[in-house]
Design a protein around this ligand. Sequence first.
Ligand code: ZN
Length: 268
Amino acid sequence: MDINKLSINTATFKHLNLKEVADLCSKNNITAIGPWRDKVEEIGLKEAVKIIKDAGLKVSGLCRGGFFSADSHHNMDDNQRAIEQAAELGADCLVIVSGGMLPNNKRLSDSHQYIQEGLALMVEYAKSLQVPIALEPLHPMYAADRCAVNSLEQALQICNEIGEGIGLAIDSYHVWWDPQLFKLIKKAGEDDKILAYHVCDWLTPTSDMLLDRGLMGEGVIDLEAISNEISNAGYNKYVEVEIFSNRLWQLPPQLLMQKVIDAFEKEV
Ligand code: ZN
């Protein structure tokens, strides 16, 4: 993949603060960043906007809003804050992780309904601030506690039912296993619903459900094929490298950045 498309999601450098990641990006001629909200809130929104601007970076996406089942109001206070932060940062989209099952309720369909209601409320507000909402389906292993939207098909259906103002964040780690993947990427492109693309790799064996993801090329995902399909579907914006890895976080930041750049050029 062309290096000009590379955006660094701050999760890849979770051991650094926002300023350190931004500086590392500009030192390596990278033009975009995908911050997590904890990194923004740690230093304050105003300062975050300044740091990102001073480093000459675009914001490919802000991670994340959602977690609708966190309270009985669809977590809307926090979600409105997330939308306002995304607007202030000039983010291309606000990434949404939906949250898992409702408390004391084993009916997954109730969670699905609650999530969709929350998303519709969010999109209403986000449209007024011109922030596109990017729904990210997560691997089914997170259905109970993190995200009950688990396939591209389900996510695309929700996006199409809600309509304008919402699309997909497609993350290779979460969707690579899907036998319908290419068909769904094509359909999402036709529906004009691809808003973000995240990459990392699936390691075998995986030692931790959350924090043992691989650098592109280290695992089993055919990233080149997925990238081709996404580009054929009309997506030509930034590609975020988002790697949660206890192992890679041990590396010196510049060494990790070089590995990310090399893998991005060779494997994505
Ligand atoms: Zn992601």
